[in-house]
Design a protein around this ligand. Sequence first.
Ligand SMILES: NC(=O)c1ccc[n+]([C@@H]2O[C@H](COP(=O)([O-])OP(=O)(O)OC[C@H]3O[C@@H](n4cnc5c(N)ncnc54)[C@H](OP(=O)(O)O)[C@@H]3O)[C@@H](O)[C@H]2O)c1
Length: 435
Amino acid sequence: MADSLGIGLLGLGVVGRGVLDALQFNAQAYETRCGRRLEVRAAAVRNVAARTSLASSGLSISDAPLVLSTLDEVDIIVELMGGEEPATDCIRAALSAGKSVVTANKEVMAKHGPELLELAERSGGELRYEASVGGGIPIIGVLQRDLQANEVSSVRAIINGTTNYMITAMSRDGKSYDAALAEAQQLGYAEADPTSDVDGIDASYKLAILASLAFHSQVGPDDVYREGIRSLEARDFVHARELGYAIRMLATARQTPFGLDLRVHPTLIPTSDPMAGVEGVLNAVGVSGDPIGSVVLEGPGAGAGATSSAVVADILEVAGRLASSQAPRHLRPIDQSPRLAPLTDICVRTYLRLEVPDRAGVLAELGTAFAAEGVSIASVLQTPHPERAESADLIVTTHSCADGALDRVLTGLTRSDSEIELGVRLRIEDGCDND
Ligand SMILES: NC(=O)c1ccc[n+]([C@@H]2O[C@H](COP(=O)([O-])OP(=O)(O)OC[C@H]3O[C@@H](n4cnc5c(N)ncnc54)[C@H](OP(=O)(O)O)[C@@H]3O)[C@@H](O)[C@H]2O)c1
């Protein structure tokens, strides 16, 4: 026992199985790399009965992850169940028992990261979470270690493969939102209930984790403004392209004079922007800072192989430290309550699809409403409404203006007795903002 380290695997699903396979197939190489043999000594799943062949190969499998988390023969707990509970309780119990933990769980790290990292520091364990953002992209380690000399000014990321796949299908193949979702579900890229992905919840967890590291601040998911992709239509991609833009579900965290600007929403970016070339289920994270300038990492954001690559790297790091009796290096957010920039104060350009009655006077009405709030229109394009002969689509882009000023314009234009409807509002990020 002394010359090996015990691993407890909580979860044997897509990622857990990938990790188990990697640890078994590469056992010799990993032992050489970290100086100790790694033994998976126990695993927990919900449905034990479905794992008879694994159990017969000698692996102890139970449906009690909390019990497993504190077993004496386990040194490293690898949490791959997903969801907030019982994962958080298990990680807490393992750390309290002085064990180290590796997790891929973005929800737990976004909501409870600071508390758990502090617990790890107090109890002498280590908590690593490379796979929680960007799957196989090694962005957590890059922010924690390789970019630590920098003052980060912004993080821009495509960190949800499901929405990027759907957006690519809508853009490239002209698919509707529903058809793109059905295709993503059929291919296993979207859950039966896609809410967390299409409403930007998953991306907001990941952005909170990235922003906490980039700005040394305690950023939680509720600090992130988020909008999903449900109101996108295939024709928005056509209009955006005509204007020189691609649409991407972008997660951005920026330092502004008003505080941290944290947003997840579909965004128009120039077709020349490297993020516009990130298609399908790929993820990408760009970090800008001083003195480095800009760095972009792109790669597979999900899947057993990519994710287990990140999880196993964390396991090897922890195992190497345990094998050489080194103390862990703890990194916790310094600023416990960062100042957040109110979105209403942020200046952005915006793309609007307004559904309007096809009659004289509408453009004048619009012009008056925009002018009253000092919002300057950059371009207007009128096209027939695809379903309603008496209506038209007006594609309006604005010059940079405070988001709150545009809120007031739209509230007035779409008041209950108005014939004008807001189809979609998409912020444009083309470097022409001046907040
Ligand atoms: N899939 C990816 O590509 C990917 C990428 C990046 C990060 N992640 C993260 O990795 C983690 C695992 O994802 P996954 O895709 O592997 O999930 P998954 O396929 O749904 O597997 C979850 C596993 O956890 C077990 N489990 C769930 N709740 C449990 C409970 N209460 N008690 C005992 N066992 C329980 C399940 O048991 P049963 O099999 O018996 O149901 C299953 O083996 C999540 O945090 C996810 O966000 C996944």
